[in-house]
Ligand binder design. Structure first.
Ligand code: NAD
Ligand code: LMR
Length: 329
């Protein structure tokens, strides 16, 4: 039988954690043949609630779950970790500016990066979910110089999945008919969901839609502001759908993306498509042999160019802010 994979989940007692842990333990993160050991990280005030969740995980008697350990010290939580899901983050409080939020998150993602550098397994894969996800991933990466930079990623799969459903509804087709959709840039309201290279039933999606007004006034803002719409409707930010996207991201990273399609993932830029090298920006991405690759050679029209540049500019500004705070090089 396979050796167990150590999965570290931060913010384990939060609402995404509650939606995520049971799916990991049931085998959906890595596959039905892979046993898992969970390593849960919380702040001291969150430990008791994490213990409660661990009791419920025990009570599921998941055949693949080989252990649960709970920590309030990142150095212990990341010891031997093969996968790290960085979910816990500092939410934006009243009157907090973006810079304040980035500074507060520096206090979380810097020590976690150091802990990953010190103790994680050689094959460690990191997905930052906690917001601002792209820049939090960048902070952690900067404090893990011994880990290959490409192992630090951030989640835009939720945006990708949101875009799939909006486009499928517009065209009255199944999700399964849509391929090659892309989310570019930041996991924020500036993100750009791109249908110009997407296909629907083998035909170009933008041509099938043939409605620039819908694209600009409906589709793009609906996808980009969906997080806020969920908060408005639920009184809490997306949780089960965010957990689902984290599962999708890691499953594809480990097991590969399907032939003839791609997905969206925020991964370190190699300079492709004019995105400054090193920024952790969302791209069209395939996973092969356990590695993300940016899909090359796509045509980027003038409209798309402007939208991509705007989101990448925001990412550059976030990087400048955390540089000034001494959190990244
Ligand atoms: P939550 O407030 O319910 O839970 C967060 C948990 O993290 C809390 O239990 C808290 O105690 C814990 N935590 C805080 N600091 C920690 C630290 N230093 N180490 C370990 N744990 C720590 O929040 P949630 O709804 O689960 O959301 C978590 C994050 O995910 C938020 O930042 C949210 O904005 C983000 N999010 C991202 C996406 C995305 O698509 N990228 C989607 C939804 C939510
Ligand atoms: C989401 O996309 O649902 C979240 O990032 C929203 C948020 O601000 O937590």
């Amino acid at each position: 039988s396979n050796a167990p994979v150590n999965v570290t989940v931060t913010g384990a007692a939060g609402q995404i954690g509650y939606a995520l842990l049971f799916r990991i333990a049931s085998g959906q993160l890595l596959g039905a043949d892979t046993p898992v050991k969970l390593r849960l990280l919380e702040i001291p005030q969150g430990v008791k609630a994490a213990e409660g969740t661990a009791m419920e995980l025990d009570d599921c008697a998941f055949p693949l779950l080989q252990g649960i350990d709970i920590f309030d010290d990142p150095n212990k939580a990341f010891e031997g970790a093969n996968v790290g899901l960085l979910v816990g983050a500092r939410p934006r409080g009243p009157g907090m500016e973006r810079g304040d939020l980035l500074e507060a998150n520096g206090g979380i993602f810097k020590p976690q990066g150091e802990a990953i550098n010190a103790g994680a397994a050689d094959d460690i894969r990191i997905l930052a979910v906690g917001n601002p996800a792209n820049t939090n991933a960048l902070i952690a990466q900067n404090h893990a110089p011994d880990v290959p930079a490409e192992r630090f990623t951030a989640m835009t799969r939720l945006d990708h999945n949101r875009a799939l459903t909006q486009l499928a509804k517009k065209l009255n087709v199944s999700i399964n008919d849509i391929k090659k959709l892309t989310i570019w840039g930041n996991h924020s309201a500036t993100q750009y969901p791109d249908i110009f290279n997407a296909e629907v039933g083998g035909k170009n999606a933008a041509q099938a839609v043939n409605d620039q007004t819908w694209l600009e006034d409906d589709f793009i803002p609906t996808v980009a502001k969906r997080g806020a719409a969920i908060i408005e409707a639920r009184g809490a930010s997306s949780a089960a759908s965010a957990a689902n996207a984290a599962i999708d991201h890691v499953y594809d990273w480990v097991n590969g993306t399907p032939e003839g399609d791609w997905t969206s993932a925020a991964i370190p830029s190699d300079g492709s498509y004019g995105v400054p090298e090193g920024l952790i920006s969302s791209f069209p991405a395939v996973s092969k042999n356990g590695k993300w690759e940016i899909v090359q050679g796509l045509e980027i029209g003038e409209f798309s160019r402007g939208r991509i540049d705007a989101s990448v500019k925001e990412l550059s500004e976030e990087r400048d802010t955390v540089r000034k705070l001494g959190l990244v090089k």
